[in-house]
Design a protein around this ligand. Structure first.
Ligand code: SAM
Ligand code: SF4
Length: 379
């Protein structure tokens, strides 16, 4: 672990409309834009002194919908970053965009700022699903946006979700057919998590909408894994596929539990063993920063054991797992050995120690939610 390197995440919490399945923090109240961005700039400057000896390797502008706000807001943020942080070794600079709010002008502006990776949300190739969940674009509009983005950027990710209402074999086949045609360098294919508090969860609980059943989802997941591999994608993380070495460098900081700093509403950070999460309340956020204070919802200093649990919790998402050597660089051998033995004993068949790395087995990957629940429950 190079403790001199950091990843920066910046949250842009504005959306034109809220999708029914989403539990990320964002608002449709655009009147708050000016005060929010002022507070965000304050947070960026306030923390910069503490990070002046750190080299920023990646920046990720996520949301919300960063492409929904005028690009001068994004440029402003970039200038603060440039003036206050060491970007001399910046390798990956990503912005999340939605099909309905991206255009040539914004893409040119992003490019001129040094953004070199775009993540665009399609979610599905089925217009029926997109409409069901309140998306503001059709699939065809998604494809048009992708083609425009690819004419400016080589490194593009597309987000999909499996398991929204209306999902069936045909909708997945269509989605995969288009992935084969568009061949984005990177794909995130998430499994819808119905446990999050979302409007969709309520609608399903009240019988107004229906989710696909678990057996169908399990078959569809297998189908997706096989098909993506067949068309040249390498699954390197539970929900991530890439081709041509286009793995997400930014997410690697999360998965390897390295140092990353989150700015903005609901953003979290991990610096050495200090962990924090910012408030989700925009008024509290703005008020705190206006008074030159950080807007923490939560802070914590991990002890060795907690840090190790977190590191494995995140690292097991990677298909290559975590190498014993890399863990030994960060943790005391007796604690490390005891913990590895404990998880191998408690999760037989789900986790394996092979070729010097601890990782999920095929069964562990298929039942990863169960594995992670068990892992945090281990005392
Ligand atoms: C926070 S969103 C921001 C991206 C962008 N605003 C968009 O709509 O495409 C990032 C991604 O999280 C995923 N996501 C959001 N809610 C989810 C849920 N409940 N379950 C699984 N994935 C979800 C979607 O694929 C989405 O593209
Ligand atoms: S999925 Fe994207 S556009 Fe939809 S509510 Fe979440 S952040 Fe906003």
């Amino acid at each position: 672990m190079n403790s001199n390197e950091i990843a920066i995440y910046i949250h842009i919490p504005f959306c034109k409309r809220r999708c029914l399945y989403c539990d990320y923090v964002s608002t449709t109240n655009t009147k708050l834009k000016d005060i929010y961005f002022d507070a965000l700039k304050k947070e960026l400057t306030l923390r910069s002194n503490e990070l002046k000896d750190k080299k920023v390797k990646t920046v990720y502008l996520g949301g919300g919908t960063p492409s929904y706000v005028e690009s001068y807001y994004i440029e402003d943020i970039f200038h603060i970053l440039k003036d206050n942080y060491n970007l001399s070794e910046l390798e990956e600079f990503t912005i999340e965009v939605n099909p309905e709010s991206i255009n040539e002008f914004k893409l040119r502006t992003y490019k001129s700022m040094g953004i070199n990776r775009i993540s665009v949300g399609f979610q599905s190739a089925s217009d029926n699903i997109l409409k069901n969940v309140g998306r503001l674009h059709t699939f065809e509009e998604g494809v048009k946006a992708y083609n425009l983005i690819s004419s400016f950027f080589e490194n593009v990710n597309i987000d999909f979700i499996l398991g929204l209402p209306g999902e069936n074999k045909n909708t997945v086949e269509k989605t995969l057919e288009y992935i084969g045609k568009l061949k984005p360098p990177h794909i995130s294919y998430y499994l819808f998590d119905p446990s999050h508090e979302t409007p969709l969860k309520n609608l399903c609980e009240n019988g107004k909408m229906h989710l696909p059943d678990c057996d169908l989802l399990s078959d569809l997941l297998d189908f997706i894994y096989q098909k993506l591999e067949k068309i040249g994608y390498n699954r390197y993380e539970i929900s991530s596929w890439s081709q041509d070495n286009k793995e997400s460098l930014h997410n690697e900081f999360y998965w390897k539990n390295l140092n990353y700093i989150g700015f903005g509403l609901s953003a979290g950070g991990h610096l050495n063993r200090f962990r924090y999460v910012n408030t989700c309340d925009i008024e509290v956020y703005v008020q705190a920063l206006t008074s030159d204070n950080f807007a923490y919802e939560f802070t914590y200093n991990n002890n060795e054991y907690q840090e190790l649990t977190e590191t494995l919790f995140m690292g097991l998402r990677l298909l290559e797992g975590l190498s014993y050597e890399s863990l030994l660089d960060r943790f005391e051998k007796p604690i490390l050995d005891e913990f590895i033995n404990k998880i191998l004993k408690n999760l037989p068949g789900y986790i394996t120690y092979e070729d010097g790395a601890i990782k999920l087995t095929k069964k562990g990957l298929d039942f990863s939610r169960y594995v992670f629940e068990e892992l945090i429950a281990l005392e």
